[in-house]
Design a protein around this ligand. Structure first.
Ligand code: HEM
Ligand code: HEM
Length: 339
């Protein structure tokens, strides 16, 4: 009798422990993918998608646990249900984005809903794990448990590989994704390029007559910068889930900074938003004042924005007012902007 009751309880604890590990992995690899505009993004997204699908694989077991939990009237069950809804919304939006079947939820892109739901779920996830504590035992780390865990992950990887094959074979829109998962939008057609910002920045209206760019030891007017015509074809890959290739022109940062010495370049927006870059990258960065031979529009950073090839969109500071050089290392900043 004791063993009959014992087995499902351990199965429940192991399922919950596996879910915790998978949620943490999905969260970590999602952000890791955002940190790269180059090939490590793809590797991270393969691990990401596999962990996300593995959560779905465990759903039949988790629904047994949830049903048992809901059968015990306790405070906080609504928080658990809200947590469940948010995780499901995030996964459904992730799949909607990856297959291309659902790319918009009203004004929000599926990728925004996907990441937004995951972010809102964090406090509920912490509450859930603390309030519905599980006790992991040494026997939970047996060879059999690992084999079962490996089977679940293998199944998830196969399911993910399967969806990718279906997406390509049936020419779903998702087949056209870039390695970061983003969709092409308005390439070489600046008016069709979507406007988006990292988080809270509102579009300012700056007067080009009064606007000045401050660099070490010098101030530049808009008309002075119009004299530069350094050109760069680069891909703006937004974390909202789209990318756009444009020809940008303006002034290379090494030309604006001259022989200024220091460790890092800090590019500052009129909104206070800023990003740091290694000084060694100065010649690869462009302060763009034109896109496709036209002045930028307000949404895309008028009068001047940074073009940072091979970096995701949140590095491309808009409405730039200052470019400083100092001795702080470039990694001395939050990995993702906080405004
Ligand atoms: C609750 C946590 C999360 C879960 C369970 C989850 C799960 C998923 C799933 C199932 C997919 C679809 C994979 C596919 O079949 O192609 C996906 C896609 C994606 N997720 Fe997440 N995700 C989570 C959080 C995040 C976060 C926090 C980020 C970024 C900061 C993120 C970034 C992405 C990206 C970029 C894709 C698109 C991949 C592609 O199209 O190739 N995810 N996610
Ligand atoms: C995909 C992620 C998860 C979802 C959607 C989810 C959802 C739920 C829901 C809806 C319930 C029933 C309501 C309640 O008892 O409050 C529940 C119960 C529970 N959950 Fe989760 N949960 C998840 C992950 C986890 C994790 C990571 C842990 C612990 C590490 C955990 C531990 C528990 C426990 C111990 C119960 C109570 C079971 C019982 O009373 O018999 N859950 N979960």
């Amino acid at each position: 009798m004791a063993t009959i009751r014992h087995v499902p309880t351990r199965l429940g604890a192991r399922t919950n422990a596996a879910l915790l590990a998978l949620l943490a992995l999905a969260f970590l690899t999602g952000w890791l993918a955002f940190a790269f505009g180059t090939s490590p993004a793809r590797t991270s997204l393969i691990a990401h998608a596999t962990s996300g699908v593995a959560i779905l694989v465990l759903l039949p077991w988790k629904s047994m646990i949830a049903r048992r939990g809901l059968g015990r009237p306790r405070p906080g069950r609504w928080a658990s249900i809200a947590f469940g809804v948010l995780v499901m919304v995030s996964i459904v939006a992730g799949l909607g984005h990856s297959t291309g079947l659902v790319l918009w939820w009203g004004p929000f892109s599926s990728m925004e809903v996907h990441v937004g739901a995951a972010l809102i779920a964090i406090p509920l996830a912490i509450w859930h794990v603390v309030a519905r504590r599980i006790r992991v035992r040494a026997t939970d780390f047996s060879r059999r448990t690992f084999l079962k865990g490996g089977l679940a992950v293998g199944l998830a990887a196969a399911a993910y590989g399967g969806t990718e094959i279906v997406v390509r074979a049936s020419s779903l829109p998702g087949a056209a994704r870039r390695f970061t998962g983003s969709y092409e939008a308005g390439s070489f057609n600046p008016p069709a390029m979507p406007v988006s910002s990292w988080m809270f920045d509102a579009i300012p209206s700056l007067d080009p007559e009064r606007w000045k760019l401050r660099t070490p030891g010098k101030e530049w007017s808009y008309s002075e910068l119009m004299g530069f015509d350094d050109r760069l074809t680069a891909t703006l890959d937004c974390t909202g889930g789209f990318y756009s290739v444009q020809e940008w022109s303006g002034a290379r940062l090494d030309r604006l900074l001259g022989s200024t010495h220091g460790e890092s370049i800090r590019v500052v927006s009129s909104s206070g938003y800023d990003r740091r870059f290694p000084v060694s990258e100065a010649s690869g960065l462009l302060l763009a004042i034109r896109c496709g031979d036209h002045a930028l529009d307000a949404g895309h950073g008028f009068p001047a924005r940074l073009v940072a090839p091979d970096r995701r969109g949140y590095w491309w500071v808009k409405w730039v007012v200052a470019i400083d050089v100092d001795d702080l290392p470039y990694w001395w900043q939050s990995p993702f902007p906080l405004q």
